[in-house]
Design a protein around this ligand. Structure first.
Ligand code: GAL
Length: 434
């Protein structure tokens, strides 16, 4: 399937028994699918941003798991394209404010779930499902905790992504005499980058069409320079953003930006990953949904990975989960959906395609790829730090400022302005929570 067809089919389709019947023809606007959901007697409207060639089949695996148990329910796929939810989150907010929720939506555990949805009153607790399904016994306490507010659980994690991946094309490296070891330092990256530059190949694939890669590459670089403790302290407001480590990281990031593809502002994240897969760039700093693209393109043999330079020993957490809305049009279907998502079977079907590891620790390790097994080991042994680019680490307001500052920096590389913008945002955040 071409990319356009994939996203068209998945953007707004009714799926029943695995078949997609396009609803696009009747011209639904952003609210249209919820009207349809309300009209359909036995439906389940699922809202996400999973539309890329790797994401869509993984979402379909979840739909298939649901339909196997509930074959008569119509699934309405209300996915809104745009990596990291850059468009979807805004569309969802409008719907929630207008009391038009879907039956379940994708969100990251941590601050995004709690600050953006739970505290404003958009989510029903699902604590009883945690109890009846025994989820707390099979999931790491740290994940359950990030889905918890005032002793109630509000979402079920379905996949644990590692945000600090650094993906590379093995053939491109071999052709240019570059050996990538098990880890890569910042200096090693620059040495490889100079070699690739001399050969006319952009060392780093960047994609700013959906803006989040600018913020994500910085948080990875920051982590590599300051380490997990200072990284956490920064996002908790315990270390100031004019710390010398932040400046060093911003300097390194500015240097890295000298090696990016010229068309970065036109590419989406999956197109940047495709550039690496096709040999048009050397590396891509990206969460392991990038591995979903590798799987979708059958490129496992030629794509290698290390942690983003300097970040070996840390795991940037980007945990996808689904909610139960207040006022879900089909609450029973919604609860059944969440029950399926928390099952071993659904998590074993979904995560090999998505690139994430299963939140459940009782899944069969053998069905996962060598990459997944590597990530499982990293999750078990490394320092776990939340991602700001994916909403887990900070308030939604700080995340937005982090995006805005990073988007400006990618073009102007102005370290002083970058630090000033981040410091101002942190000060406003502290004031808002005081
Ligand atoms: C993240 C999300 C992933 C992946 C990625 C790119 O925020 O957690 O599942 O979809 O965005 O869209």
């Amino acid at each position: 399937m071409t990319k356009a067809m994939t996203s068209r089919a998945s953007r707004r389709g009714v799926l029943k028994g695995g078949t997609a019947l396009g609803l696009g023809a009747i011209g639904l606007g952003p609210l249209g699918s919820s009207v349809t959901a309300a009209q359909a007697e036995d439906a389940l409207e699922v809202f996400s941003w999973w539309t890329s060639p790797g994401e869509a089949p993984a979402l379909q695996a979840l739909f298939d798991a649901f339909l196997a148990a509930h074959p008569d329910v119509e699934i309405i796929n209300a996915a809104v394209a745009g990596g990291a939810g850059v468009n979807a989150i805004a569309v969802l907010q409008t719907r929630l404010q207008g009391s038009q929720p879907p039956d379940s939506w994708q969100t990251h555990i941590g601050r995004e779930l709690i600050d953006q949805y739970v505290v404003p009153g958009y989510c029903e607790p699902i604590t009883d499902l945690y109890t009846s399904e025994g989820w707390a016994d099979v999931m790491p306490a740290g994940l359950v905790e990030q889905a918890t507010w005032e002793s109630e659980q509000y979402s079920i994690p379905v996949g644990v992504h590692r945000g600090n991946g650094f993906w590379y094309n093995k053939q491109v490296m071999a052709d240019n005499g570059i050996e990538v070891a098990d880890t890569m330092s910042v200096d090693e990256f620059f040495a490889a980058a100079d070699t690739l530059k001399a050969a006319g190949i952009p060392a780093l694939a960047l994609a700013m069409k959906d803006t989040f890669p600018g913020a994500q590459t910085f948080e990875n670089t920051l982590l590599g320079v300051v380490g997990p403790e200072t990284y956490n302290a920064l996002f908790r407001g315990e270390t100031s953003w004019d710390d010398p480590g932040v400046r060093e990281a911003a300097d390194a990031y500015a240097r890295m930006l000298d090696y990016v593809n010229e068309d970065f502002s036109a590419l989406s994240w999956d197109q940047a990953m495709a550039l690496v897969i096709e040999g048009g760039a050397g590396f891509n700093s990206m969460g392991d949904w990038a591995y979903g693209e590798v799987v979708a393109r059958n490129a496992q043999d030629n794509i290698g990975w290390v942690s983003h330079p300097g970040t070996a020993g840390s795991f940037v957490l980007v945990v996808d989960s689904f909610t139960l809305p207040v006022g879900a049009p089909h609450p029973e279907n919604a609860r059944n959906w969440l029950t399926i998502l928390g099952s071993k079977e659904a998590q074993e079907a979904f995560n090999p395609l998505k690139g994430s590891i299963a939140p459940r620790t009782d899944v069969n390790r053998d069905i996962f790829s060598p990459y997944h097994q590597w990530s499982m080991d990293s999750f078990a042994n490394d320092a776990l730090v939340p991602s700001c680019a994916h909403g887990q680490a900070s308030s939604p307001a700080f995340k937005q400022a982090f995006y805005d500052a990073s988007t400006a920096f990618v073009t102007d590389k102005d370290v002083d302005t970058y630090i000033a913008m981040l410091s101002d945002a942190a000060a406003m955040d502290a004031e808002a929570t005081a």
